[in-house]
Design a protein around this ligand. Sequence first.
Ligand SMILES: Nc1ncnc2c1ncn2[C@@H]1O[C@H](COP(=O)(O)OP(=O)(O)O)[C@@H](O)[C@H]1O
Ligand SMILES: [Mg+2]
Length: 260
Amino acid sequence: MIVLENLSVLYRSQGREVFALSDVTLSLPAGRVTGLVGESGSGKTTLVMAILGLLPPEARVRGRILLEGVDVAGMAESGLDRFRWTRVALVPQGSQNSFNPVLSIGEQVAEPIRIHQGASRTEAEKKTRRLLDEVGLGARIAARFPHELSGGQRQRAALAMALGCDPAFLLADEPTTALDVIIQAEIVELLRRTVRDRKMGMALVSHDLPLASGLCETICVLDGGRLVEILPAEDLAERARHPRTRALVKALLEMEQARP
Ligand SMILES: Nc1ncnc2c1ncn2[C@@H]1O[C@H](COP(=O)(O)OP(=O)(O)O)[C@@H](O)[C@H]1O
Ligand SMILES: [Mg+2]
């Protein structure tokens, strides 16, 4: 459903040029969960933001980005509007901390439903309550303000917002970062259930290979903006060849051994 062909992204800032992505070719199949794993600075966020045309103006994009067969690389906003929210939705990095502090959670979850699905205020409010239930928060949380929620609750609300227009595909950028381990596990479970029940595809961005390998079928490893390996999650240890993946796998095996 999402195909990247020879995608390169170059940032030009203060006379310097940085290749955040170099010649990346991969596909994110519909109905499947694919992990995008790599260290900080490896280009993961650049990749997901490129898919939705959300890169900053100093970014230059080369290559093709096919959404349901349509090349959207360099496409104007109006062309991308067909896909954003309704076909492909984003849970942005740091989303639990990017709610508007002066608007209630319900108002913020309802907004994309009104704008991108043309729902009336009443319809959007009704759907918002249903979504807040679905992500395990309960409809009554709609009246609360962001500072009244825990980090984990805000992450659930960010997921509810992304689901507002029933997308076929979810891009989740580090959805468990900055949460403690117990809450991380709950969010992972919620994502697993959500993609299964809704028959969605998902790209899970994470610097955490153990976490990604528990949730994904396929793992794509990025290193310095290059795609260095694509592996089935179930036999990472046997198949990993690239030094970056081997280092990540070693940490995974050590962690499994340390488990009681
Ligand atoms: N707006 C920007 N201007 C210049 N360089 C950027 C910008 N955004 C990201 N970069 C650089 O691009 C590279 C990839 O960043 P990013 O996609 O955020 O990686 P990740 O999400 O894997 O941590 C890094 O070297 C980062 O410093
Ligand atoms: Mg990132």
